[in-house]
Design a protein around this ligand. Structure first.
Ligand code: SF4
Ligand code: SF4
Length: 385
């Protein structure tokens, strides 16, 4: 009891010191400190279970693993997007004419599985479709998700083309929690903070919503708005500077070798419109080069999200947990990479933790060892053909 009190007190004191320190230090330094703290906490939470292949473990173990680690589940309710943006792989894969609707029984099965563990993370309709381009497929699935996964934070990401006050009202009534508004400039416009502000003001006026906060940097604006129970969060980015190479498909963003670990296969679970499960949001089953990265397909009644996460995805986690050059499609990915200035500190912390849990060999996996996950993924692709 006394130990517990001491720990609590120590935690409160450290938290108070951290908060005070942050108020007197430059923003860039504070951001770096926070990132280091966050990555170290992630390393501390690593266990043998999350790194081992638990495909044959009990369903109870697999469910526990998923609940303890997955914070975000991404799905699509259909395939179509009305736009073709230069920074998105939809310039390669045509989603304008793909009118496929996601199998509703499959999605409801996913919701039921999430409901069975009382999933309280984020359930996001996103990926490479525009959710509002087909309201008939979106609305019933939002209603279904709300009922089957009552404590999930339900969200969509939209390019705002089809968003209007009536749609906003309906989404609010269905129990959606958050709308991410991606504000894109016209192709003949050049990004500036002023222009980004203008776009934010226009969307606020179009929807009749109040601005609740504004955050601006030289390459992005992030504003928030409120409508009844809905949070609206905008981002307007300078895509000439900011961008991710999307699994080596957007070469203009391949700026350097990725060395740091990647948390995506640990805390996200991503399902394409056809039921394909992929290791992260940057990999898509309809891009030929990525097809072999599909780890499972949930259209099969025998395939569960828990078994897929505990089994096939564990190979991705092993290959992405350490430091060292990464293989395709991660070789030049900068998605949620560690800040360069914190690499040494985070690396040392991670190495110590992997040693503690007797998985030290994963810290500096040679690049060739990344083939392990490719072999496993390929065997899934072969199973499916
Ligand atoms: S960035 Fe969004 S709106 Fe643009 S093509 Fe991709 S999915 Fe569609
Ligand atoms: S590093 Fe690889 S697994 Fe991680 S987000 Fe990038 S492409 Fe996905």
């Amino acid at each position: 009891m006394q130990n517990q009190l001491q720990r609590q007190l120590k935690h409160q004191v450290s938290h108070a010191i951290a908060k005070f320190t942050e108020t007197v230090l430059p923003d860039e330094f504070v951001a770096q400190m926070r990132a280091t703290r966050d990555w170290n906490a992630w390393a501390d939470a690593l266990t043998p279970e999350i790194l081992d292949d638990l495909a044959r473990a009990s369903l109870e173990t697999q469910r526990r693993l998923f609940k303890a680690n997955v914070r975000l589940v991404e799905i699509e309710t259909h395939a179509r997007c009305n736009r073709v943006c230069s920074f998105c792989p939809n310039v390669i894969v045509d989603r304008r004419r793909n009118k496929t609707i996601t199998n509703v029984e499959m999605l409801d099965r996913v919701f039921d599985e999430l409901g069975s563990i009382d999933f309280a993370g984020q359930l996001k309709v996103a990926r490479y479709s525009e959710p509002l381009a087909d309201l008939d497929s979106l609305y019933p699935r939002i209603a279904s998700a709300r009922m089957r996964v009552p404590h999930a934070q339900l969200t969509i990401v939209t390019n705002t083309d089809y968003l209007n006050p009536a749609v906003l009202d309906k989404l609010n009534d269905l129990g959606l929690n958050v709308i991410y508004l991606s504000l894109y400039l016209k192709s003949n416009e050049t990004w500036s903070v002023e222009l980004a502000r203008d776009y934010n003001e226009r969307i606020a006026a179009k929807l009749g919503v109040q601005v609740t906060s504004k955050q601006e940097t030289p390459i992005a604006t992030h504003w928030t708005f409120r409508y009844k129970n809905l949070d609206l969060r905008s981002s307007c980015m300078n895509w000439d500077i900011y961008g991710v190479d999307r699994g080596d498909s957007m070469k203009q963003y391949a700026v350097g070798q990725r060395v740091g670990p990647c948390r995506a296969p640990f805390d996200t679970f991503v399902v394409d419109y056809d039921g394909s499960v992929v290791p992260c949001c940057n990999i898509r089953s309809d891009l030929p080069e990525h097809k072999k990265m599909v780890v499972a397909n949930l259209s099969s009644l025998e395939t569960s999200i828990f078994g897929t996460y505990a089994g096939r995805l564990s190979a991705w986690r092993r290959s992405m947990v350490g430091f060292g050059a990464k293989a395709f499609p991660c070789a030049t990915c900068r998605h949620l990479d560690i800040p360069e200035k914190s690499a040494t500190t985070i690396g040392a912390h991670l190495k110590k933790r992997l040693t503690e849990i007797q998985r030290a060999e994963l810290y500096a996996l040679p690049i060739g060892m990344n083939a392990e996950r490719k072999r496993e993924s390929a065997s899934v692709s072969n199973d499916r053909t």
